[in-house]
Design a protein around this ligand. Structure first.
Ligand code: C2E
Ligand code: MG
Ligand code: MG
Ligand code: MG
Length: 281
């Protein structure tokens, strides 16, 4: 990894969006148009198998390009999309692109677990199960996996209903990952009661494990907890080799972060994944 060159163009996020109410309204209006015209891009960040350094999966991350070549960061527009319920349309777009992209990965003989992010509004929508079923109908889940990332706080919102929805989706063969684990009001009951296959420990804990004994203790305990619950674990936000090494020695399964690769456009991602295949195949 030491000589890894990042081949992706650096993402220049617009600084023009200081979010005032007027800007939000403006973004909402433009979002509607962007959805209709499918102006988004879906990028992929590799998820690394720490046991051999191969690419095991990828997280799909949305990008909204602007005419000046900059991008509006998802942190800026996803919240606005959630307020206006445009998010469910965005999620449908993401799912349909992911479906096509999985076919591209398969054509390159890459068997990857593709992750996509669900919003709390998706999880509460009565249409989520139907739209998953219709987009991925006739899909053969034995060749590949799709992982849905949901945050703790999203799972905690109307937990009874969420439980039913997640169970229905899990029955179709899809898996769930708890995103940003540790940052919400996480409840151990969630891990016990919901069909969760994976925990993604948040970058805010991972990034300081070389310096902070408390953060190290939290990461160690989370790995231990995940293992004992039969979940696999991904460390988010790994930015240097030593952190990756330490995580591996602690028994963490997977890692994601700028040290391995930033999110990439699909062509670059496929090249990256091809050059980091499982050694034992
Ligand atoms: P997330 O799901 O926790 O995604 C991980 C974020 O951390 C991504 O930011 C990724 O680029 C960034 N990241 C990964 N490795 C590193 C690292 O080593 N250092 C640092 N500093 N950052 C790293 P991004 O793409 O800007 O997305 C931000 C958030 O926006 C995501 O957080 C997710 O909550 C949301 N988001 C992105 N795409 C989608 C989408 O398609 N649908 C929904 N509902 N939300 C999305
Ligand atoms: Mg995520
Ligand atoms: Mg995350
Ligand atoms: Mg995060």
């Amino acid at each position: 990894w030491g000589s890894l060159q990042n081949t992706s163009p650096f993402t220049h996020y617009s600084s023009a969006f200081e979010t005032s109410a007027a800007d939000n309204l403006n973004i909402a209006t433009r979002l509607k148009q962007a959805i209709a015209l499918e102006e988004f891009e879906l990028w992929y960040q590799p998820i690394i198998d720490l046991s051999d350094g191969s690419v095991n999966g990828a997280e799909a991350l949305i990008r909204w390009p602007q005419s000046d070549g900059s991008y509006i960061a998802p942190d800026k527009f996803i919240k606005i999309a959630e307020q206006s319920l445009l998010i469910t349309k965005i999620t449908q777009w993401v799912m349909s692109i992911v479906k096509d992209d999985i076919q591209l990965f398969n054509q390159s003989n890459l068997s990857l677990c593709v992750h996509l992010n669900l919003s709390v509004k998706d999880l509460q929508s009565p249409h989520l199960v139907d739209s998953i079923n219709s987009i991925f109908s006739q899909w053969d889940w034995t060749n590949h996996a799709l992982m849905l990332e949901v945050t703790e706080s999203a799972m905690m919102t109307d937990v009874t209903r969420v439980k039913t929805t997640m169970a229905q989706i899990a029955n179709t063969g899809l898996a769930f990952s708890i995103d940003d684990f540790g940052t919400g009001y996480s409840s151990l009951a969630l891990l016990r009661d919901l069909p969760v296959n994976q925990i993604k420990i948040d970058r805010s804990f991972v990034s300081n494990i070389l310096k902070s004994e408390d953060d190290l203790a939290i990461v160690k305990s989370t790995i231990y907890l995940a293992k004992n619950l039969g979940c696999n674990i991904v460390a988010e936000g790994v930015e240097d080799a030593q952190t990756g090494q330490l995580l591996k020695s602690l028994g963490c399964d997977h890692a994601q972060g700028y040290y391995y690769s930033k999110p990439l456009k699909i062509e670059s991602f496929i090249e990256f994944a091809k050059s980091h295949r499982t050694v034992t195949q």
